[in-house]
Design a binder for this molecule. Sequence first.
Ligand SMILES: Nc1ncnc2c1ncn2[C@@H]1O[C@H](COP(=O)(O)OP(=O)(O)OP(=O)(O)O)[C@@H](O)[C@H]1O
Length: 248
Amino acid sequence: MPDASARAPSARAPSARAPLEIAGLEAWYGPSQALYGVALSVGAGELVTLLGRNGAGKTTTLNAIVGMVPRRKGSIRIEGIETGAMPSHKIARTGVAICPEDRGIYATLTAEENLVLPPVVAEGGLSVDEILVLFPGLKDRLKSPGTKLSGGEQQMLAIGRILRTGARLLLLDEPTEGLAPVVVKQIGAAIADLKRRGYTILMVEQNVRFASTIADRHYVVDRGRIAETFDNATLLADFDRISGRLSA
Ligand SMILES: Nc1ncnc2c1ncn2[C@@H]1O[C@H](COP(=O)(O)OP(=O)(O)OP(=O)(O)O)[C@@H](O)[C@H]1O
């Protein structure tokens, strides 16, 4: 639970062209409401996380941004364009892409076919060769069926393929889930590289330690709301208390 010392949810002044500005976002699955007025912003080139317990609404927030929840309400601005009421294929053209929690790798396609599957929506996407420089471990696996890849390789493939699309705003849902520490390190290095290349990243992460190694800022989601926000220096300075609270 957030305590009294927690800062209020972000009061950053929205800028006209921030890659992502969300206000008053509500979402429902059938009659069941999952988000209750989420507000957050991600500045150009920032790496921001959504932390919080299971079922808090983190994945729903990412899915709502790309128009993949059954019903949503509120304002979502991507590069200043209001996308809150757009269908998902139009939202993709604003330059946002999601790497979903289940990684979405097709079993019947090879790694290479999976890699080139998502349509290119904007100029400036990485070529397959450039993706293989970022994830060299995929090079020898291109002809393998998607599901014959290890969890780490699948994750690399899932991130790699959204880089082809030209999207500059990346939504990563638990990229380290279920991966061995050595693979988590590789994924972390690749995500840090993407940040250096200027991508803007909103990442759901349960692994607070991992989040603290690469993120600029954090939002805590609790019961469908932003409960608090802090920068990474604050997380590092008060790591045990904050991470303990998130897992309590
Ligand atoms: N497809 C769905 N149908 C119905 N309810 C759902 C669906 N997906 C999520 N929910 C509910 O919405 C709420 C928010 O779930 P969400 O998956 O966004 O949480 P989360 O913070 O990402 O947690 P987790 O790490 O467990 O995925 C939960 O109460 C969850 O049970």
